[in-house]
Design a protein around this ligand. Structure first.
Ligand SMILES: O=C(O)CCC(=O)C(=O)O
Ligand SMILES: [Fe+2]
Length: 198
């Protein structure tokens, strides 16, 4: 069993980012990983980058409690209704963030070749200072952060099984983030990003 660890603020300039290492117990995190891996209708979309079409290097699914879709990188994802498991996870995350999320984007990184390139979660439908809560299950992967204008400002944090990362305030205005590919032999990872789309 893991000891309780305090949440920590990353302390990066122009941002407000919190990390909760053991947001879920190991046992709960294992259970959620298994259910979500099995029951989610994972899909692989094509994305368009500089006019060329690529298969997105990970699988995704979108859920919401208001039927709103989400568009990014020339993809429009249609949302499904929350399942019981996702509702209970959303309840825990809502409580911690003290806000009511409407939407959850799930990412499945099948191995080290799957990734999520540099971006900010700054789509118009997310509002001015979006709050994004990102729950990690399965294999540990590094989350990289890079300041948009001062490229010397960089940071990386290992997102552990059962951890929660909360980005708020002006973070998306000033920082890009990514999950880079890795040559290491890594198992599957599921990430859930809770958002508000009105
Ligand atoms: O997988 C992660 O930890 C990050 C996912 C992400 O940045 C996103 O879906 O916008
Ligand atoms: Fe993101």
């Amino acid at each position: 069993m893991q000891l309780f660890s305090e949440k920590q603020n990353l302390g990066l300039p122009d941002s407000d980012i919190w990390y909760y290492p053991n947001f879920l117990s190991e046992k709960k995190a294992n259970q959620y990983f298994d259910v979500l891996r099995k029951d989610t209708p994972w899909q692989q979309d094509d994305i368009k980058v500089f006019g060329k079409v690529y298969a997105q290097p990970r699988l995704t699914a979108l859920y919401s409690n208001n039927g709103k879709n989400y568009s990014y990188s020339n993809i429009t994802m249609e949302s499904l209704a929350f399942t019981d498991e996702l509702k209970s996870l959303k309840g825990l995350v809502d409580k911690e963030a003290n806000i009511e999320f409407t939407t959850c984007l799930l990412n499945l990184y099948r191995d080290g070749k799957d990734s999520n390139g540099w971006h900010a979660d700054d789509e118009k439908e997310l509002g001015k200072n979006p709050i994004i809560a990102s729950l990690s299950l399965g294999a540990e992967r590094y989350f990289h952060l890079r300041h948009k204008s001062d490229k010397t400002l960089k940071y990386k944090i290992l997102l552990e099984h059962g951890s929660l990362l909360l980005m708020r305030g002006e973070t998306q205005h000033f920082w890009h983030h990514q999950i880079a590919k890795t040559a290491k032999n890594v198992r599957e990872r599921i990430n859930l990003t809770f958002r508000i789309i009105k």
